[in-house]
Design a protein around this ligand. Structure first.
Ligand code: ZN
Length: 119
């Protein structure tokens, strides 16, 4: 812990003392900032796209029964419903859970304000 801090300080000192190093550091910082902004933009677009697909297609296949909704017995025609999805074969996708939660929070806020206006 102590040795790591001791090695980090001289590296920072050499970068700040040199003027050309300062320009290089500034350029690197700007380059890094642009890179971070690009990555953030890509992640934001990907998340927005995923949430959009969760609005249009809220369900996925149940992972336990693979969307069938029931398990057949190895003999005869007997079967039982999947306990995880109650035989529907459907699974609510993670993004849809997030959207439902956000809607519930927003709805609760709207309800409380509308109740306040009425009373
Ligand atoms: Zn299932």
């Amino acid at each position: 812990m102590l040795s790591r801090a001791a090695t980090a300080i001289p590296i920072a000192a050499t970068h700040s003392s040199d003027s050309s190093g300062l320009v290089a550091t500034l350029a690197a910082t700007l380059h890094t900032a642009g890179l971070v902004a690009t990555v953030l933009l890509i992640v934001t677009v990907a998340v927005a796209f995923y949430l959009f697909t969760c609005v249009v297609w809220p369900f996925g296949k149940c992972r336990r029964c693979k969307g069938v909704g029931k398990f057949k017995s190895p003999f005869g025609c007997a079967y039982r419903h999947c306990g995880k999805c109650q035989g529907s074969g459907l699974r609510v996708r993670l993004g849809r859970h997030v959207i439902n939660h956000l809607r519930a929070v927003r709805g609760a806020g709207e309800n409380s304000t509308s109740k306040g206006k009425r009373s």
